[in-house]
Structures are given as structure tokens and as C-alpha cells.
Ligand binder design. Sequence first.
Ligand code: MG
Length: 412
Amino acid sequence: MPGRHPLAAPTASFDRRRLLTHSGAALGLSGLSSLFANGKAAFAQSPATPKTTGEGKITITDVRAIVTQPSRSRLCVVKIETNVPGLYGIGCATFTQRIRLVEAAVNQYLRPFLIGQDATRIEDIWQASFVSSYWRNDGVLNNALGGVDMALWDILGKRAGLPLYQLLGRKARNAVDTYVHASGESIDEVTTKVADFMKQGFRHVRIQTLVPGYSTYGTAAESAVETRRDQVWEPAPYVRLVPKLFEHVRKAVGDEVELLHDVHERTPPILAMQLVKSLEPYRPFFIEDPFSPEDVGYFETLRKQTTVPLAMGELFNNVNEWLPLVSGRLIDFIRCHVSQVGGITPARKIAALCEFFAVRTAWHGPGDTSPVGQAAHVHLDLSCSNFGIQEARFFTEAEQEVFPGCPELRDG
Ligand code: MG
């Protein structure tokens, strides 16, 4: 199979400065969001929050998708404006690989459907929007709806004068533990990065290394090799190499760090089972997406053969796709790209479902989640009792410029 990274190179049409000039001012993110308040007082009420706690109906007056590419990934944010001066919400709708389709789904279809509706009827709007296209339940429409849903929760939080986690049940913890990516072109490079992250206070690190001579997905973003289309992907060398990576890193850094790995659904199921079993001596925190969504029937077999914790689901669209894996106790961590499942409304239901089966949350949070989406994750993480871990990254200077008040990583 040819190896190709799905994130296309930046293009002039997504120029960061152009966004700032034409859209950024209107986006007006600074300090005005219950999801996304200014960095240092991330969850405090902004002094700029409009006084809107009266009895008047809050009506949606405009909905639009704003596309930007401050760094590597194209990002999409939905902004919903209301009849209350200064009261608006923002949400992440990033499906970076098909971002113009999401933009059209928001601007051409959800916008006329939602203008005039009561902005506080979040559940009703979600259900009506979900079935409004008749054909439904895919990445494009779910992401469009996810951006709308987050923006409505943002509006509700601002109307109440409360950060979102307060509306979701208040804090279940004081902080959110995160994992970051140690990716490199060699095992030594990955090991050095793990040690560096540990010095910074991280307790969880995902490790991925390039397979020499082959295409690899999920290694260093800056790797020129990874993005070459002429490289061949072969699963067997990858499956042979990953245990060596785990063995080397574990020996070098000891037991006081949790190690994670993402298979990215890239091997035949039988090789994935061999791989997961071979990693058991190194006590991974979880192994992610060992099977493709089409091969989830193999989980039952894998579960009987190993105690390695399993994470699954970022490619799923609908709660019903996780249901058999969760209720069958076949996975340990739920992976969701929150906008991909339709936003905070379905995500909190998924988390609640998982709580009763001892499955913990691990929302998808790499480069193709906007800072707005990452802020939504943190509110869910703070309020869910079955929080597991949050995938996180450092936002670039350009992203911080476009999205003032990005969530910050401290002490892991
Ligand atoms: Mg993944």
C-alpha cells in the first residue's frame, strides 16, 4: 500500500495573515468564551462576558464556518451569533481532510436551518439538525454539527456566566493529565524525546518511530520521509520494530512513565494481534486502534489473549459503533474526535455510557483539533468521573496568534 500522510501541505488560500485580516477580527476570540477564555484564567468568567441572564429569548441570528491554517493542519471553527449584543459562541468543526465540505455543510445548510431558533435548546437543535439532511451520520455532517453544538454550549455558558465544566456537573478533578507525542526517525531519537518530556513533567508519552526504508504514519510531523508518496508501507517490518522500540525506551527511562502507541489501523488483524501481545512485557498504558473499524470483530479474540489496555474509536461516527465494544467490555479507553461524533452533546452521553462499563475517556487531540476543540475536551475531562487521559500538543506561535488564549500545558 502506498504510504501517504493525510494532512496536505499548507496552501496560499489558507494563509494565516489573510485569516487575520479578513476573518480573525470577526472571529474575536479573545476572552469571550465559556469554552475558551484567556489562557491564564482559563476557566474564570471573563469580565467581558455579556450580561444576558434575563428572561429574553436568545435567538440565533447567524451561523458561519471560518477556515484557517495557522500551522500544519487546516482548522475549522463555527461561530454562532445571537440577537443579544456581544453574545456569540464558537466551536471546533475540524475535519481537516475534507474541510471545504464541512464549511459548505455549515454555511449552506445548517445556517438557514438554524437562524431564528432558540440558541438554548441544544438537545433539540442537535436532534433536529442530525436528521435534517435525511442521509446522515458521516464525517462531514457530524463535524459541521459538532462545531454548531460546541458553539451553542459556549453561548449557554456565557448566558449563565459560568465556564462549561460547571454546567456539565462541576469539577471531578483539579487538573487534566495529558500525553504528548515522542516521534522520531530512530529509536534513539524517540528515547531522547521521552526523557525530555519526563523532565518537563509529563507522565504519559506516546512513542512512534519511523520504519527504516518504508513509509510510516504517525511519526514526527516534521519528517520529510513520512510525507513522501513514493515510499511503500509494509506492515510486517513495522510489527517487528515496535517491540524493539518499547524495549529500548522502557530500559532507558524506567518504569515511572506511561508509554502509549497508536497502530492507526494499519496492519492486517492477525499481525495487530501479534503486535499487541508482544508489547505486554513493557506495560503500555494503551495501544490504540489495533484494528480498522471494519475489523472490530477481532476485539473479542484479542481480548482473550492479552491484558494490554486497548483504545479504539476515533474513526467512528456514531455512538452505536462503540456500543458493542463498550458493553462487551472489549476496550479500556474510548477514542473520539469530539466534533466528528457531533460535539459535546453526544460526547457527554458516550462518556456516561462508558462510565458504567469501566471504560475511560481519551478524546482525540492532535494537530487536527483546533484550540477551541481542545478547550472543549478539557471541560469534558474536568467534569467526567471516568476521565482517562487527554491527548495534547503544544500550540504553535502562529496558532496562538490566531487563537489568543490557547489552552496551555503545564507539568504534564
Ligand atoms: Mg489515533
